[in-house]
Design a protein around this ligand. Sequence first.
Ligand SMILES: C[S@@+](CC[C@H](N)C(=O)[O-])C[C@H]1O[C@@H](n2cnc3c(N)ncnc32)[C@H](O)[C@@H]1O
Length: 324
Amino acid sequence: MTQKSSRNKTISLTELEIRLLEKRLLTVHSRLNETEVIDKTILGDTLEVIDYLPICFADMLFVDPPYNMSKVFGEASFKRMASGDYESWVRSWFSKTLLRLKPNASIYVCGDWRSSSPLFRVLSDYVKVRNRITWEREKGRGAKTNWKNASEDIWFATMGDEYCFNVEAVKLKKKVIAPYRHDNGKPKDWSEETNGNFRFKYRSNLCTDLTVPFWSMAENTGHPTQKPEKLVAKIILASSKPGDVILDPFLGSGTTSTVAKKLGRHYVGIEIDSHYACLAEKRLEIAEHDRRIQGYSDGVFWERNLNPDASKSIYKKPQLRQLL
Ligand SMILES: C[S@@+](CC[C@H](N)C(=O)[O-])C[C@H]1O[C@@H](n2cnc3c(N)ncnc32)[C@H](O)[C@@H]1O
């Protein structure tokens, strides 16, 4: 057996941890009220569970569904289908999920280039589509007869015209390349700090400052399509307030719930695979003691690998007794 490198921070589960964490998962067979579901990971099939969730309880929806491609997720797998069939499948859970959202809720739905069009068609039928965020993921397999697939989309929509958008909370702290000054010598639109010159920039719908989790990142798990915490943090900060409830019906390894907790929001996640649901619970346990989000510190988003203090952070593996 090959030894895991000491720099490999991938979160994994022992048999004992699985037994302990499974006890925290909620299984649902009848209608639940808000207090019963808040801050819970629900183990089950979203298409069945969603009907049992309370009406109008969530302030924000983040959905990262299986994309329209063949992919193995733990014990289960998703099979690529005709675009129209994928659209019907999305419609089957999206319409029901909307009933769980408050009238001023914001909605984010992830997809790749192939899934993006059916997702847009479904969203446009029910909610107000406001934008499409495209994010660059530098991981991706090259192809000899096609362009390498290195971007993904996230549709941004709202239930109505009144919604929360905290533009100031998601500004990017960027290193200044041309430090122009006023005639009096003062910096134009940037500030001088001990570790460099920086400018705050408003967010665009293009994100190129993200790293897909990999083995030396503390947030990494073995989930095949885990989203970066930094990406989810931007969305949660922009579209919710502390104390709000964030719903994710395809939770995977728990990125949405974990980031929600780190940022002082509540969460509800549904995941069909018990191993991933346990990973989510383990990440939530770690977040109990460690609220750091790589690429976001002191209330600021940094350009990739630019935070001068990032190297000082020490990751401590959670002890098993924390799970007892
Ligand atoms: C794209 S992944 C989500 C990844 C997640 N955003 C993360 O950062 O880890 C989709 C997840 O949905 C789960 N899933 C697929 N079908 C499901 C269903 N019918 N109900 C609940 N979960 C489902 C899969 O097991 C998979 O973990």
